[in-house]
Design a protein around this ligand. Structure first.
Ligand code: NAI
Length: 353
């Protein structure tokens, strides 16, 4: 039967309680790409979080099902889900607090993140236009790959619309941090790997990912003959998952965990909690302290530990200059790779293919 009025395919929100009048337009935390491999577990973690009181799910498919399913969880978050029909994106994004974007295709074996550019660039562009028009004050967390290019795309789209706030645009690189914490544990033997904080900086693909083990807190002692392998595993850890999934996609569950962990920090900082510092890929000239890092790296976008506050990125920490000689060599390679990735993103918006 055709969808009835009120059904989400008609662009109406699917509501937890259809009689309640809904909660749309009220400071939602939004997941765009909510029905995907990352989107579903990420939405689950957000729905279960006491920090989230309104969750709004958007995808081009399956949001009615995902929303109905999650709506039965007895947590505080109200939940709506939208499809594109009848202005669904605008409704999903309206006045959002945060929009987290895991929309787009993932890698298959043999693919690099850059291979995803052709499809994901356009998807991210469209979503960012929707955010600029409907939620210009939202924190934007970009998960869609290649992050090294999709974040510059997002910035350029927002600039064009006169809505760019660099303090609120973040490329999510937390999975690289999570992997570094996990993989180093095999050498340190600590009980809880998340207690060792390792800054991972640069970008989010292969050699642009630079773990700074010399800056770990508490400090870690990595035997010289193990350092190459460990660094390489952090840089290419995503390939292990792509290979094991054998054509069925890339990291989704660990990414959902990482995306949730970063989103939680952004939400806490926005609510006034202080002292929160997380590595994230930002537009350096727009963040306090970023100019110095831009000068040092020759790049406008880079991931460094960023202090988060009520209005977003408060301060970018110049950890680049604290890297040891081994890490400085890695950084040189990262700069080269990043330069091309960033230019490609900027170019996509200014001279569309
Ligand atoms: P998936 O294919 O399982 O899910 C993607 C979802 O996006 C699908 O539900 C699809 O319908 C939706 N989508 C496509 N176009 C859309 C649009 N215009 N608007 C809204 N939704 C749309 O992919 P998966 O595994 O969830 O990965 C998503 C992205 O995240 C990929 O680009 C992947 O490379 C990236 N990723 C990023 C990581 C990071 O560390 N930043 C780590 C792992 C993956």
């Amino acid at each position: 039967p055709p969808p009835q009025p009120g059904h989400p395919q008609m662009g109406q929100p699917y509501r937890q309680d259809p009689q309640s009048g809904g909660v749309e337009d009220q400071d939602a935390d939004v997941v765009a790409g909510a029905s995907g491999g990352i989107g579903q577990p990420l939405s689950l973690l957000l729905k279960a979080s006491p920090l989230v009181d309104h969750l709004s799910l958007y995808d081009v498919v399956n949001t009615p099902g995902v929303t109905a399913d999650l709506s039965h969880i007895s947590s505080i978050a109200q939940i709506d889900g939208y499809l594109p029909a009848d202005n669904g994106m605008a409704k999903a994004f309206k006045n959002a607090d945060i929009v987290i974007i895991p929309a787009g295709i993932p890698r298959k074996p043999g693919m690099t993140r850059d291979d995803l550019f052709k499809i994901n660039a356009g998807i991210v562009q469209g979503l960012i236009e929707g955010i600029a028009d409907n939620a210009p004050d939202a924190f934007i967390l970009v998960i869609s790959n290649p992050v090294n290019s999709t974040v510059p795309i997002a910035a350029e789209v927002l600039k064009k619309k006169g809505k760019f706030n660099p303090k609120k645009l973040f490329g999510v690189t937390t999975l690289d941090v999570v992997r570094a914490e996990t993989f180093v544990q095999q050498l340190t033997g600590t009980k809880d790997p998340s207690k060792t904080r390792i800054p991972v900086i640069g970008g989010h693909s292969g050699e642009t990912i630079v773990p700074l083990f010399s800056k770990a807190e508490p400090s870690v002692n990595i035997p010289a003959d193990k350092l190459d392998a460990l660094t390489n595993r952090v840089q290419f850890g995503g390939d292990e998952v792509v290979k094991a999934k054998d054509g069925a996609g890339s990291a989704t569950l660990s990414m959902a965990y990482a995306g949730f962990r970063f989103a939680e920090q952004v939400i806490k900082a926005a609510r006034g909690e202080t002292g929160i510092v997380e590595p994230t890929f930002v537009y350096l000239p727009g963040v306090t302290g970023g100019d110095e890092i831009a000068k040092e790296t020759g790049l406008e976008y880079f991931s460094v530990p960023v202090e988060l506050g009520k209005d977003g990125a408060q301060k970018a920490h110049n950890i680049v200059k604290e890297a040891n000689d081994y890490e400085k060599k890695l950084l040189q390679k990262a700069y080269e790779g990043l330069k091309g990735n960033i230019e490609k993103g900027v170019e996509f918006v200014h001279n569309p293919p």
